[in-house]
Design a protein around this ligand. Structure first.
Ligand SMILES: NC(=O)c1ccc[n+]([C@@H]2O[C@H](COP(=O)([O-])OP(=O)(O)OC[C@H]3O[C@@H](n4cnc5c(N)ncnc54)[C@H](OP(=O)(O)O)[C@@H]3O)[C@@H](O)[C@H]2O)c1
Length: 275
């Protein structure tokens, strides 16, 4: 699996990781075993970056991942989780991170993101103080944000004393290109990674309009790939972009990992530009 540098750190991160927003709570054993098998297969195929959040189904996602990563060396996986900024107090935010660590059954998170810029009274400055404390305590290795505008990103960075924010996780895919055209140039210039969430449009592009579908099919045919693989390749063929597709089905996991090897030409990339 191709890797890229994570921000200005020495860390190398796979261009494709695994999203886990779909893991539901309260299901039967077979359901969780199937999820775990998919996550394992993804790890074995090099998608060692696993994305989760305290918000995802009342911790079911973090708990399931915790059971899987125990089977690997801790250094062999890269775990991202997210603080849901509804915790108003400083201490309750620290506690939220501890709970994520407990559910994941790990001593540290590789990357911790603030899930949204601010909700009500919970503000960027306070979030960044929490993040920096967690970093200093060794509970998280890197700080990131999600769903931040460029101005909010700059504000967050200015609130940090020493640490540098390594990524902004944003919705970006072939049908939602706003951040690729408007935000990516800034992140590239600053050496920051744009992590594309919902890279397959959340539903796996089963209902695309005929014009885009037929264009994708043409490119897919020439690369002996599926249209979903082309949409993932389209994202990660942009410099400074990594993506975290979610896949429950093992055949999807295999296809996604293989998409990391698809090199699109400049012309193939640009023909899908909508702006
Ligand atoms: N920061 C944020 O605010 C935020 C917001 C949304 C999402 N996220 C993160 O981003 C991750 C991914 O986004 P997402 O869950 O919205 O959806 P997504 O990855 O865009 O799409 C998931 C859908 O695509 C299907 N799929 C996956 N690989 C496929 C393939 N190779 N061929 C055909 N279909 C395929 C999946 O099917 P199966 O599951 O049946 O295999 C599922 O239905 C989330 O899980 C989460 O970790 C973050």
């Amino acid at each position: 699996m191709r890797k890229v540098q994570l921000g200005k750190t020495r860390e190398q991160i796979p261009v494709l990781g695994q999203g886990t927003m779909g893991i539901k709570s309260g299901k039967d054993k077979e359901y969780y075993e199937k999820w775990k098998a998919s996550l394992r297969r993804g790890i074995e195929l090099g998608m060692t970056h696993i994305d989760t959040a305290e918000l995802y189904n009342f911790g079911a996602s973090e708990r399931t991942i915790g059971e899987v990563i125990k089977e690997y060396g801790r250094d062999d996986v890269f775990i991202t989780s997210k603080l849901f900024p509804r915790h108003l107090g400083y201490n309750s935010m620290l506690k939220a991170c501890n709970k994520s660590l407990e559910r994941l059954d790990t001593k540290y998170l590789d990357l911790y993101l603030v899930h949204f810029p601010s909700l009500g009274f919970s503000k960027i400055k306070k979030h960044m103080r929490v993040m920096e404390q967690l970093l200093n305590e060794g509970k998280i290795r890197y700080i990131g944000v999600s769903n931040y505008s460029i101005d909010q990103f700059k504000e967050a960075q200015e609130c940090l004393k020493k640490a540098e924010i390594v990524t902004n996780q944003l919705r970006a895919n072939i049908m939602k290109q706003k951040h690729i055209h408007n935000s990516l140039p800034y992140y590239k210039k600053e050496g920051i990674i744009l992590t594309a969430y919902s890279p397959l449009g959340h539903r796996g592009y089963t209902n695309l309009k005929e014009d885009i579908k037929s264009k994708l099919e043409q490119v897919a045919k020439s690369h002996n790939a599926t249209i979903q693989q082309i949409t993932l390749a389209w994202l990660i063929n942009h410099e400074n972009v990594i993506a975290i597709p979610k896949a429950f089905q093992i055949n999807h996991i295999k296809d996604n990992a293989a998409a990391a090897n698809i090199n699109l030409t400049e012309t193939e990339i640009k023909q899908f530009y909508t702006e």
